[in-house]
Design a protein around this ligand. Structure first.
Ligand code: BG6
Length: 486
């Protein structure tokens, strides 16, 4: 960033601010992206919280930055930009007026970051408006989840629209800020290989997996109300699907990229009624072992044996358009699984003619794996000749590009990128309201069917790859989940 800006961080003391946003700001500051004159106003709800804020922030950084990343001199620099504000978000009072006066004193961009539950979006935006702060410098960043279903999302988006124009609203999906996710766009748009080999003629199916080892992480109140479908599939998983499936825009610009993603969401075949039982699986973790430790099941961790919230989802999705006709997209995500990984696997069709007799060996179909985390890598699995023998025998070969090795020492931080983009008025990696709407349009019938049938989620052991039915979902089509070596 070559210019200063103000960041008003609503929910400054919350989990997201402490764990993600402060470390992101620290990294931005360390890299020189927060220039002099930048001011950060985290809001807190009590006077004591304001007085203790700097101490908490330092503790949060020491806890959540990577080992060896924290340095006193960098913190000193960031600390000088932080001015905690004691505020009742919905109250038009002197404290709000003081904040408004401070903000108006500078004529640079102001980012209002709503790291608060959706119920607080409206009062916060109303007050920003009442204080006369909505001008061409103002932009508002909204955290997911936007709504609980299509109707509530529509209501939130309409309310926001009363105070801000669509261009001023930045809806975050932090997956879009991950370096490898952006790399996915680069790969697709700058390589002729992928231009030609990216449709139903050559691709058999696609798998998108986001697998987590963590459980509730102290977010029980939020998570039990939401579940994996709303927490992960409605946003992160569908965004990845859009980036894989969309047509290439003629220019790499926010409006064009969003328009292509919207077309994909529109083409997603709805899964309704009994089809939900066939094409979607929901699971909940039970007790098990992870990294050698015994861990409790979801309901024990939550302290409510009656909860039927899903912590795992697998879905077979179809995109009804020319490019993807007949190519299933298998999606899965869950907590307390065997390992932490996020991968997109493009499984190609077998070669059209087999010239070798069977003694020469198998010819598994080619596979392109784009690994987003924990390490960032792109792998292409091909077939070749075994080189160390006289017989002609086939063997798999892997072209393996490890981005983690190539960019050693580089810390990718999605939130850093997104905060700086919002300050720079660049909405390419943010979500348009129509995307939110269409994602819910696809999600709602599935969740509604689960509500109607009242079928409990299938239990899976913590530390496993998910429920048995998730394997069945793909294996009944004679395919298999591609699980990385952990
Ligand atoms: C968040 C979800 O959006 O993404 C969390 O609310 C989840 O439940 C997290 O753990 C995963 O993000 P990442 O970047 O750690 O894969």
């Amino acid at each position: 960033m070559d210019h200063s800006f103000d960041l008003v961080l609503f929910g400054g003391r919350g989990d997201l601010s402490m764990r993600k946003l402060l470390p992101a700001l620290y990294r931005a500051c360390t890299e020189g992206a927060l220039v002099e004159g930048t001011r950060i106003f985290p809001t807190v709800r009590a006077e004591e919280e304001r007085d203790d804020y700097i101490e908490w922030a330092e503790y949060a950084l020491k806890t959540h930055l990577n080992a060896g990343e924290y340095r006193d001199d960098n913190w000193l620099k960031l600390k000088s930009m932080i001015q905690p504000v004691w505020l009742d978000i919905g109250e038009n009072d002197e404290r709000w007026q003081n904040l408004a006066k401070t903000l108006k004193a500078e004529a640079h961009p102001v980012v209002y970051y709503l790291a608060v539950p959706p119920a607080v979006f409206e009062p916060a935006c109303r007050l920003i408006h009442e204080m006369g702060l909505v001008d061409e410098n103002a932009r508002v960043v909204l955290e997911k989840p936007i709504g609980y279903d299509r109707e509530s999302a529509l209501e939130i988006n309409s309310k926001m629209g009363e105070y801000f124009s669509e261009e001023q609203i930045y809806r975050i999906d932090h997956y879009l800020g991950k370096e490898t996710v952006q790399n996915l766009l680069a790969l697709r748009m700058s390589n002729v290989v992928f231009e030609k080999l990216w449709d139903a003629k050559t691709i058999d199916h696609v798998q998108i997996s986001i697998s987590e080892t963590v459980g509730l992480e102290g977010r029980a109140g939020f998570y039990d109300h939401v579940g994996a479908m709303r927490d992960m599939v409605q946003n992160h998983v569908l965004q990845l699907l859009c980036l894989i499936a969309m047509e290439k825009p003629s220019r790499f610009e926010a409006d064009q990229i969003r328009a292509e993603k919207i077309k994909v969401l529109n083409a997603l075949r709805l899964i309704e009624g009994d089809a939900v039982d066939e094409e979607a699986v929901r699971g909940q973790y039970s007790a098990g072992q992870q990294a050698g430790d015994l861990v409790a099941g979801y309901v024990e961790e939550l302290g409510d044996p009656t909860s039927t919230t899903e912590t795992f989802v697998a879905i077979k999705a179809h995109i009804d358009n020319w490019r993807w006709a007949g190519v299933p997209f298998y999606l899965r995500t869950g907590k307390r699984l065997a390992g932490r990984f996020a991968e997109i696997v493009i499984k190609y069709k077998p070669v059209s003619h087999r010239a070798f007799d069977s003694a020469v060996g198998d010819m598994p179909a080619n596979q392109l794996t784009i690994r987003l985390q924990p390490d960032e890598a792109i792998e292409l699995q091909l077939n070749g000749k075994k080189l160390d023998q006289l017989n002609f025998e086939l063997a798999p070969i892997k072209l393996n590009l490890s981005l983690a090795d190539q960019y050693r020492g580089f810390h990718s931080d999605a939130y850093k990128r997104l905060i700086l983009d919002a300050a720079a008025n660049n909405s390419t990696l943010f979500i348009h309201r129509d995307e939110v709407d269409l994602a819910w349009r696809w999600i709602d019938p599935i969740i509604n069917h689960w509500g109607v049938t009242k079928r409990k989620p299938e239990l899976y052991r913590s530390g496993s790859y998910g429920p048995y039915r998730a394997d069945e979902l793909i294996e009944q089509d004679n395919r298999k989940w591609s699980n990385p070596e952990l």
